[in-house]
Design a protein around this ligand. Structure first.
Ligand code: 13P
Ligand code: SF4
Length: 391
């Protein structure tokens, strides 16, 4: 076995600075059994006052999200981070790529902190810069690179965003992938192709269901195969070159559970995240980002039934907040995002109490060159016209 691009490190043990996962988390954490953790978090937050701004992604645990000053999907959190230049410390309760984006979008004086460095994203790990650069060269050899616009999902490392920035591309999130793709397809006239990184499902779902492309217009680039496993003819014919990456959490949802639930629950509405497989998304009634999922449930009439295909912390919170609606999880088994769950109350308290003592732990700092190039791609996203219905 010669593949060394993706070393498999047990979470939280060992160090791989190139990876979104498996980074050691140093420090003297308070025990999870400490009955004073909530009081300690409240006291540390109060002591830091306006210096601190806590961002919380919707997949965070209840015990952590209650301390967030703002909550949101990836797009909203990126915008919120950029909108608080007076906060000295931004504690990001989310995953590594989100904290990197916050660092890129904030001023150099602001420090972004991720309470547990092992909070990565397995999908982001599926596209490594060396692999993407090899693919880019192969596209040149196949004679198509000058027509290709790289588009990366927010769920990617900063160096992939920088790659997109320096090669005329853009970042997108689950709430603006449609406008980002429309922008991309305008860049080189009718022959434009998109290299979509790293989530093949978001790329395919958006291209087919929102832009009206055919499934046959999409090919999958396998970074572990020479030439991506694609012939020159396949590349010449394709409009969407989808990177072979996926979310292991959303990959669990299956079309047969939708059929099963529809047979059992009358008037069931199925609401899923666009990271789900195409076969699932085509069977759903509504598709959108975590923010869209929340807004949809908030607006739903009492008594309505919903099966939701996204991370379980969010689905449980929605079910608890809306006891007048029949909310169920779209999988037979529990399905948390293990890396989102790394941010727990002990890590949160540890990070905040260190800040109170003037010690910055777990700072996420993107180097200057990567930051400048990634900012180009992020700014192109922030400048995209309007928002979609999935806002
Ligand atoms: P959202 O941008 O919809 O919040 O999704 C982020 C994510 O990681 C989903 O897996
Ligand atoms: Fe990454 Fe999936 Fe977790 Fe989102 S839910 S952070 S895409 S592993």
């Amino acid at each position: 076995m010669t593949t060394v691009d993706l070393p498999l490190l047990p979470l939280g043990r060992g160090t791989d600075p190139l990876s979104e996962r498996g980074v050691e988390c140093p420090g003297d954490l308070p025990p999870a059994s400490d009955p004073d953790l909530v009081a300690r978090a409240e006291a540390a937050k109060a002591a830091l006052g306006e210096k601190l701004f806590v961002l919380g992604h919707h997949y965070q645990r209840d015990e952590v999200i209650r301390f967030a000053d703002v909550t949101g999907d990836s797009f909203k959190l990126a915008r919120d981070a950029a909108a608080r230049p007076e906060a000295e410390y931004i504690v990001f309760c989310g995953v590594h790529f989100m904290a990197e984006s916050a660092d890129i979008l904030t001023t150099p004086d602001q420090q972004v902190i991720l309470p547990d460095l092992a909070a990565g994203c397995s999908m982001a790990d599926m596209a490594r810069l060396a692999q993407v650069e090899r693919a880019w060269e192969a596209l040149a050899e196949a004679g198509v690179q000058d027509k290709v616009v790289p588009v990366t999902y927010m769920n990617s490392s900063a160096d992939i965003k920088a790659f997109c920035g320096r090669n005329g591309g853009v970042v997108c999130t689950s709430s603006n992938a449609e406008v980002a793709l429309e922008w991309a397809f305008e860049q080189h006239g009718p022959d434009t192709k998109v290299l979509f990184l790293p989530d093949q499902h978001l790329g395919r779902n958006t291209a087919v269901l929102q832009l009206g492309l055919d499934l046959d217009d999409c090919v999958v680039w396998n970074p572990l195969k020479p030439g991506g496993g694609l012939s020159a003819e396949e590349l010449a014919d394709a409009k969407m070159i989808l990177w072979k990456g996926h979310c292991s959490v959303h990959g669990r949802f299956s079309p047969d559970v939708i059929d099963e639930l529809r047979a059992k629950v009358p008037d069931l509405n199925v609401l899923v995240h666009p990271e789900c497989q195409h076969e699932v998304v085509v069977k759903a009634d509504l598709v959108g980002s975590t923010e869209f999922i929340i807004k949809t449930i908030e607006a739903a009439p009492a008594g309505s039934s919903w099966a939701i295909g996204t991370e379980l912390n969010l689905v449980q919170r929605l079910a608890n907040a809306h006891p007048d609606k029949n909310i169920m999880f779209l999988d037979r088994n529990v399905c948390y995002c293990s890396t989102m769950n790394r941010i727990d109350l002990p890590h949160f308290v540890w990070a905040l109490e260190n800040l109170v003592n003037g010690v910055v732990v777990n700072r996420i700092e993107v180097d200057e060159k990567t930051e400048a190039e990634a900012l180009v791609a992020l700014q192109r996203m922030l400048d995209l016209p309007g928002r979609t219905a999935r806002d």
